[in-house]
Design a protein around this ligand. Structure first.
Ligand SMILES: O=C(O)CCC(=O)C(=O)O
Ligand SMILES: [Fe+2]
Length: 385
């Protein structure tokens, strides 16, 4: 990260002290297309997309050198089943049935990859029909995914190795208009049922989604908290990755607070009779979202210690040779580490002061939050000297 980007990113959070970046709207429905690799830097991405939380699409030139684009795809742009079988045949993979709805998701089973590929070949031969329904290999995404925002409100990118996808994107906040009268999100945001005002009372106030058609080789960047629904328009293989950094860690923290509040509302009537109500709320939250407050503290700690060690010791040869997370953050530069640490201080301060967090048994946390905060602040001060 360069100095100018560090300065404007720090100013952004100072001036707006905002984690609800949804206020920064896109010009209606427009998504930037980034064509050239050479003239686009990580600092450009950070300043123009990560900080304002805006989506964008990277051209296929960005994935031209990827081994998967050469090796997993036939000359005419189709999945290379023989190659994939040879590479991954024995793997056991999670497969969802897109034709069956279970709560707001699809039921999943574990299948040998071989069996899945046999199914896929048959499905194509049979004109995209099967008595087994439309099966979806979750990590490589076949079919259509229900409407959702990504885990912990993280950022994600999704690269098409082959095939095409259609994305429907809603900026943060729009999902409120798409909820039914019980507060549940729809499974399919295009279903005619959403027009029924007695079920979806605020649907007519929602904006139409931002629509993207992602071609082979292109990468779509999905910002934090943008709800989306995805269709495979052809036989498609994609690689996706989710991540959190200093720009969206406060969004993650807000999300966790909202999740806990929802659990508390749900079991409010048990508050008095139960001694360990707060602990139970954390347990339920963990089973719904995958993380509780103490684990979130440890998550912040790992992020912080990794960056502090880079600021204090630089990058040792071993870490750089091993391609570790420490090496990755060091590639982004010292200023990125400082930026992330400053944002971590903000979130850690809020977590430490949070009443629900303070009610938990924090004796197992090492170091204790105050000590970690102190260490963080000292590392930032030294780095900025
Ligand atoms: O590519 C897809 O099918 C959907 C990917 C997605 O939205 C996700 O994995 O969160
Ligand atoms: Fe997603």
């Amino acid at each position: 990260m360069d100095r100018a980007t560090f300065a404007c990113s720090t100013a952004f959070f100072r001036d707006y002290s905002s984690s609800s970046q949804s206020a920064f709207c896109l010009p209606a429905g427009h998504v930037d297309f980034i064509d050239k690799v050479e003239s686009f830097t990580y600092s450009d991405f950070f300043r123009d997309y990560l900080i304002p939380n805006h989506p964008c699409i990277f051209s296929a030139k960005f994935t031209d050198g990827w081994g998967s684009r050469r090796n997993w795809v036939t000359w005419d742009g189709k999945p290379d089943f023989d190659h994939l079988l040879q590479k991954f045949g024995d793997a056991i993979v999670p497969v969802a049935n897109c034709d069956v709805k279970e709560y707001n998701s699809n039921p999943k089973e574990q299948l040998p990859f071989k069996e899945y590929i046999n199914y896929w070949k048959e499905y194509i031969k049979n004109d995209y029909r099967s008595s087994r329904g439309c099966l979806y290999l979750k990590d490589w995404h076949l079919g259509r995914t229900p409407f959702h925002a990504d885990v912990f409100r993280s950022y994600s990118w999704s690269a098409n190795i082959c095939g095409r996808k259609k994305w429907l994107l809603y900026p943060p906040g729009q999902e409120d208009y798409l909820k039914d009268r019980h507060g549940n999100l729809p499974f399919d945001v295009t279903a005619p049922g959403l027009q029924d005002k007695s079920v979806y009372p605020r649907y007519n106030q929602s904006q139409p989604p931002v629509e993207i058609v992602q071609e082979a080789g292109e990468i779509v960047f999905i910002p934090s908290g943008w709800h989306h629904q995805v269709y495979n328009l052809e036989d498609t293989i994609s690689i996706n990755h989710n991540w959190v950094n200093g720009c969206n860690v406060a969004i993650m923290w807000c999300f966790l607070q909202d999740e806990l509040a929802a659990v508390q509302r749900e079991i409010n009537e048990w508050k008095d009779p139960m001694d360990d109500w707060h602990l139970q709320c954390q347990l339920i939250m963990k089973s719904c979202t995958g993380i509780d407050y103490k684990e979130f503290y440890n998550f912040l700690k790992v992020i912080a210690e990794n960056r502090i060690s880079i600021l204090e010791n630089g990058l040792d040869d071993e870490a750089s040779a091993k391609n570790t997370p420490k090496a990755a953050i060091s590639t982004l530069g010292m200023l990125h580490a400082v930026f992330d640490l400053k944002r971590t201080v903000k979130v850690l301060t809020s977590l430490s002061a949070n009443e629900d967090f303070k009610k938990l048994d924090l004796t197992s946390l090492s170091p204790p939050p105050e000590a970690l905060l102190h260490h963080l602040k000292a590392a930032i001060d030294t780095a900025l000297l």
